[in-house]
Ligand binder design. Structure first.
Ligand code: COA
Length: 250
């Protein structure tokens, strides 16, 4: 168990489950225990009729700086990666109810790719989306190599996923990665009121509409597996180890 992820069902937002990153001292970097907690929350939401929508939120100024670098380094040094990350990615991609997210500030690595599996994302105007996979000698994950080119075309997908360019909130909205940009103080209210609106809709019709819109799940799951194979291989490369060590030494 971890208190680095807080799972809540706020009374003021009936039908809404909130998954909140709560590790601000490490920029909400995600550890194996945090992935496991999120997977469990998604599974619980699927089977509990009281949950109609799940909202991902971070803390002030930071959604998430992505996978914990110490976990990456431990694996690069021969440790076990466990199944927590892949379990979470599959739970996310196959989740049966609407997912929304609210971003204020940093959204790096999976802090960006998580939104590809959300149905609506609201971000503050100071948010920044970045996936420095290749800079870390890694490759895209979370089926981003499949979904991002579909969403924004090859040129912008390459900029985000391969060149590691940072996208501002305005650029992310223009590219179709997120739905709306608001002031930092409005992110949570806007995200939760969106969740409230969705939670009030007929749940079965909404679930079917969502499924139709999201398209073929098997292709997404297959891409998650293919990426994970390359990712695990790259994690153990000398160039990735050097990148993680450089980060840890700063
Ligand atoms: N994993 C583990 N710890 C992380 C982290 C991560 N992904 N991102 C940040 N942290 C930690 C830092 O090590 C630091 O810890 P410390 O205070 O014990 O030294 C703390 O969070 C604050 O980060 P810091 O780098 O001092 O803040 P910053 O504002 O200067 O920079 C970032 C923030 C996010 C730009 C920078 O930390 C960064 O580049 N992080 C790595 C992001 C990344 O590459 N993620 C993986 C993507 S696949």
């Amino acid at each position: 168990m971890t208190d680095h992820v807080i799972i809540e069902r706020p009374e003021a937002h009936p039908g809404v489950q909130v998954i909140r990153f709560n590790r601000p001292e490490k920029k909400n970097a995600i550890t194996r225990a945090m992935y496991a907690a999120m997977t469990a929350a998604l599974a619980a939401a699927n089977t509990d009729p009281a949950v109609r929508v799940t909202a991902f939120l971070g803390t002030e100024g930071c959604f998430s700086a992505g996978n914990d670098m110490a976990d990456f380094l431990a694996f690069a040094m021969g440790g076990s990666m466990g199944t927590e990350v892949i379990d979470f990615l599959k739970a996310l991609a196959t989740h049966e109810k609407p997912l929304v997210s609210g971003v204020d500030g940093l959204a790096i690595g999976i802090g960006t790719t998580i939104h590809l599996h959300c149905d609506q994302t609201i971000a503050s105007d100071r948010s920044q989306f970045r996936t420095p996979f290749v800079d870390l000698a890694l490759v895209p994950e979370a089926a981003s190599s499949l979904i991002v080119p579909q969403v924004m075309g090859h040129q912008r997908a390459f900029a985000l996923l391969a060149a590691g360019d940072a996208f501002s909130a305005a650029e992310a909205r223009e590219a179709g990665l997120i739905r709306a940009v608001v002031a930092p103080a409005e992110v949570e209210t806007a995200t939760l009121s969106l969740a409230d609106r969705l939670a009030a809709k007929p749940p079965e019709a909404l679930a079917i509409a969502r499924k139709l819109l999201r398209g073929e799940q098997s292709a997404v799951l297959a891409r998650i597996e293919v990426e994970a194979k390359f990712f695990a291989e790259r994690l153990q490369s000398a160039e990735a180890r050097a990148a993680f060590e450089a980060f840890m030494r700063r």
